[in-house]
Design a binder for this molecule. Structure first.
Ligand code: PEP
Ligand code: MN
Length: 332
């Protein structure tokens, strides 16, 4: 149950009510917003005079639900906004990992050439094997920061664990929580303590309910700026790396108020399928696309098979406007 307390309620009283209801007091809302379990279906009678409004939700998809907030949340990323009434589809491009100054500068220049505002690049890579490239860590973050300054790009990079989250927040415009970290409550809770936009990827073995409930940890921590990212789930199929769950995307669009970004690169796992998938995703009317692109994918230190080369990326990018326009959206 979501409870909005009356303006006259003091901080002390709000805390008492939260204790009584075993509810969370959401940060940054003047102690007036409480969220209790969705199992609570009735407000205790003695609280009636303290409450401005209450919302009974059918599950613990609460703050993220359209039932509570009918309009998609509006999220500002640098000079751009996604969600709300904006009908924008934000393109996020860049390599899987930041590998060197030369490589990330080249990717930044490609983004500038195409007028794309947001550059991605992993620095703390949650690899499947400990014996492969693990990312440049803080040095990678320094390079991304340089790109931000030099080219005025918005930066997105992922956090692998809570130890370096403050540095990631400082140097980026969007914090990415990867599929493998989606259940990391240290990260989720830390991301609730900031107002920086967070792109939360769906774990590849995660139900939609679990996925959105992970977002609830960030929202109930007081960060309103959560973006959901579908990046493929594991199915019986092995010919493609994962299976992009577009039915799930329809569910998220219908039942949640969070902007949705699609990541065809990690879902497909092979560059040949990424352009078609990216076009299909654009046609679904989502709030953004995340596409991996590398100056020389063959020698990429991570996710080599799925990264587009520049020619492929340019060719794909040139087809997206028409698709977005056909459904009343704009590529930004
Ligand atoms: C990535 O974006 O490079 C990445 C590791 O993605 P995911 O967490 O979806 O596997
Ligand atoms: Mn990757």
């Amino acid at each position: 149950m979501i409870i909005h307390l009356k303006d006259s309620i003091s901080e002390e009283k709000s805390k008492k009510i939260a204790e009584q209801l075993k509810a969370i007091v959401v940060r940054g809302k003047n102690n007036k917003l409480l969220v209790a379990s969705s199992k609570m279906k009735e407000l205790p009678k003695d609280l009636a005079s303290d409450v401005k409004s209450s919302h009974i939700l059918s599950s613990d998809i609460q703050l993220a639900s359209r039932e509570y907030m009918p309009e998609t949340r509006s999220i500002k990323i640098g000079q751009h906004t996604i969600g709300g009434q904006h009908n924008n589809t934000l393109i996020i491009g860049g390599p899987c990992s930041v590998e060197s100054e030369e490589q990330i500068t080249s990717a930044a220049e490609l983004m500038k050439e195409l007028n794309i505002s947001t550059l991605r690049g992993g620095c703390f890579k949650p690899r499947t094997s400990p014996y492969t490239f693990q990312g440049l860590g803080l040095e990678g973050l320094r390079l991304l920061s340089l790109m931000r300054e030099k080219y005025g790009l918005n930066i997105i990079t992922e956090v692998r664990d809570a130890t370096h989250i403050d540095a990631v927040i400082k140097h980026t415009d969007i914090v990415q929580i990867g599929a493998k970290a989606m259940y990391d409550h240290g990260i989720l809770r830390k991301c609730g303590e900031t107002d920086k936009p967070v792109l939360l990827k769906r774990g590849f073995g995660t139900t939609l309910q679990e996925f959105v409930q992970a977002a609830e940890f960030i929202l109930s921590g007081g960060n309103d700026n959560v973006i959901l990212c579908e990046r493929g789930i594991r199915t019986f199929e092995t010919k493609t790396r994962f299976t992009l769950d577009l039915c799930g995307v329809s569910f998220l669009k219908e039942y949640t108020n969070l902007p949705v970004v699609l990541d065809p690169s990690h879902a497909m796992g092979y560059a040949y399928g990424v352009p078609d998938l990216a076009r299909a995703c654009t046609a679904m009317g989502v709030d953004g696309l995340l596409i991996e692109v590398h100056p020389n994918p063959k020698v990429a230190k991570s996710d080599a098979a799925q990264q587009l080369n520049y020619e492929e990326f340019r060719a794909l990018y040139s087809t997206l406007d028409a698709i977005a326009n056909a459904i009343g959206r704009k590529i930004i």
